[in-house]
Structure formats: C-alpha cells, structure tokens
Design a protein around this ligand. Sequence first.
Ligand code: C5P
Length: 399
Amino acid sequence: MLAGKKIILGVCGSIAAYKSALLVRGLLRAGAEVRVLMTPSAADFLSPLTLATLSKNPVVSSVHTREGWNNHVELGLWADAYVIAPVTATTLAKLASGLCDTVLVAVYLSARCPVFFAPAMDVDMWQHPATRANVEKLQSYGNHLIDVESGELASGLSGPGRLAEPEHIVALLDAFFAAPEADLAGRRILITAGPTYEDLDPVRYLGNRSTGRMGIALAEAAAARGAEVELVLGPTHLQTTAAGVTTTNVRSALEMHAAALARWPACTDAILSAAVADYRPATLSGEKIKKSDGDLQLRLVRTPDIAADLGSSKRPEQTLVGFALETENGVENARGKLDRKQLDFIVLNSPLDPGAGFGHETNQIQLIDRNKVTAFELKSKRAVADDILDRLVRDKPTP
Ligand code: C5P
C-alpha cells in the first residue's frame, strides 16, 4: 500500500535516531518516496549524509541554505504522510504549541497530510504529565501517535519510552494506506458522540466522562468507507478534520436532540454513541448559585430520549444503532433497549472491562440484536468502528 506514496520523515536529536536509517530503508523497500527533515541536534546523532544517501534525496535541516530558502510549504503539500520519528520531548512541546524554530516544525504547521509521531525518550520523561499533555494535544489536532515500545532504554532504565521498531512503523503506515472498500458510498450517517453538559448556573454543569473518542472513530471510519457523516458532537477537546465529516457542536441533551432530529430524515443510518444526560436541572439559574450553611437540593427533570425519538420516526429502510454502557446484566438490559428504542442492534460495552469504555484508545464490545450476541476482542477504537460498520453493511447492504 505504500507503493508510490510520498513520505516526509522528520528526525529529531535522540539516541533512537539511528533507527531512522532503517526506517528510510524499510519505506523505500515498500515502494515509498522519502524526503528527510532533521532538526539541528539530530545531526549530532546521525549524519545527514547517511539519510541523504539512503533516501536518495537531499536532507533538509534548515529553512535557509547557502543557496537560498527551502520552501517548507511546498514540502508540506507534497507529502501523502508526514512521519516524525523519533520525536523528542522538546520537539513534542514545540509541535503542540506551534513554536516554529526548526524546519521540521515549519513543515508540520503547513502540512495538510496525515501526521504520525513516534516518540522516544526516557521512561520518566515519557510519563511526565507535561509530555502526556503534549501527546494528547497533538492527538486532539488529529495527529496519529505511534506508541512507544517498552524495554531497555539508553539511560539504563527499563520501561516504556523506546521508539517503535522501524518495521512496526512501516506496517502501521501500510495499514493506514490500505484503502478501505467504499462500501458505504451513497449513505448519509448520523453519529452522536461525546457527553452532554447540563448547565446549573453560569459556571456549573452536570456532565460525564465521555470523550467522544469512539464516536469520532466511527465518523472517520464511515467517511473513509465513502459515507457522508453528520457528526453531532457534545462538549469535548477532541475533534476531527476528516473529509466527509460535517460536525455540529452541541452542549446539552436538548441541543443534541434538536440537532439529531433535524438531520435524521435525510440520513440512511444513525449510530448513537453519545453519553446523553438522563436528567437536567429543572431550572437554570441566571446567577451563580450562592452557598449557604445548609444542604442544597437540586430538582432534576428527564431529558428527551434521542434514540427513542429517532426510533419512533424511523422509516423501514433506515438503520438505527444504539450503544449501551452497562455494569450488570448487560445483555438482558441491552435487549430491553432494542425494543424500547426500536434499535436494529446495540453495541454493548462495559466500563468494568479493562481497556474498554470512556477515554481509552481501545474498546471491547458485544453486538446484540434480537437473535444473537456477537463478542469481539479488545481492539483499537478505529478497528471497533469498522466491526460496527461491517455489521451495518451486512444487515442492510448499500444499494
Ligand atoms: O437508556 P440508555 O441511556 O442506556 O441508552 C443508551 C443509548 O441511547 C445510547 O445509544 C445513547 O446514545 C442513547 N440515548 C439517547 N438519548 C438519551 C439517552 C440515551 O439517544 N437521552
């Protein structure tokens, strides 16, 4: 799948930079064209001459050369993917904040292609909250983390922090470019995702821990398979810029209800992954609620059930998929929901399963319809999204 793909490889100053040479060879062997960018300190670890010879292209390490100016915008537009491997803690921070003092960051800021970043650092640096925050920031921009691997580190310590092995990086890129079949072309899919926030007063709200990651993965996977996606997204720091996805940002259950119902008649399918509040405060105080010595009682009222309202106006050719997050009697409760909300099938996940549910990169699901239960292994949320979409297509093939 990498044959003919144009890849920019960004290399930072890390002991792991020696693996970049193997990565260039692996990419070339897979048929890709590679151009290398290096930060000034990367040259202390690996000679630009090595990477220029292996990649068969000059290495760019500065915005300026003796001959003139390197057009970083042109490079950013040339590439099908930009892979920064290894990325150091310093460059991670620069990428996250847009501090553009190297050609590597300049190309990052002007690139329109998918960006992959493969960190390499000592275990404590990797686990520091500052690093975690920078990684999350890059992910919230839609960049893809190539996770560190665990093992012996240059410091003598052992743990997570090693640069992913070059062959793993090549395999991951290969899988990314494996063009999925456009088996959802012609379908318009409504997806609700994320939490809802129910305001109490100008500064307080009732919310939940959903991040919208599963729904965003569904939206991106469906768009990659040719669907037009209407993503109705509750308040979260995550977003998607994937082509084919139109995002409507909402805050409360009432807003999500209105946005979903307005879009439903023009959609062929809906997948409701949002964690919608069941209750909202009966009144919204215009002023910040003052504390007093005694307790405070809040009166909550029910929110509308979006799934049930879409279900009751469902046309026979439309498919409606719900989610259920259950801690006990999962299958039984999910079956009850199928009927109450007129769902075609339901995705059951338990927050008690390790690696599943809110906030994780992974999820473990069961697909439940009126006749059977199908259990899946723990997978990345993107792979889970494809399993759900496979079922959608199998139950109702695209005409
Ligand atoms: O009843 P419960 O909240 O467990 O049902 C979960 C399913 O119903 C999910 O698909 C969720 O997105 C949807 N739902 C909804 N509107 C609500 C509550 C849940 O669409 N008010």
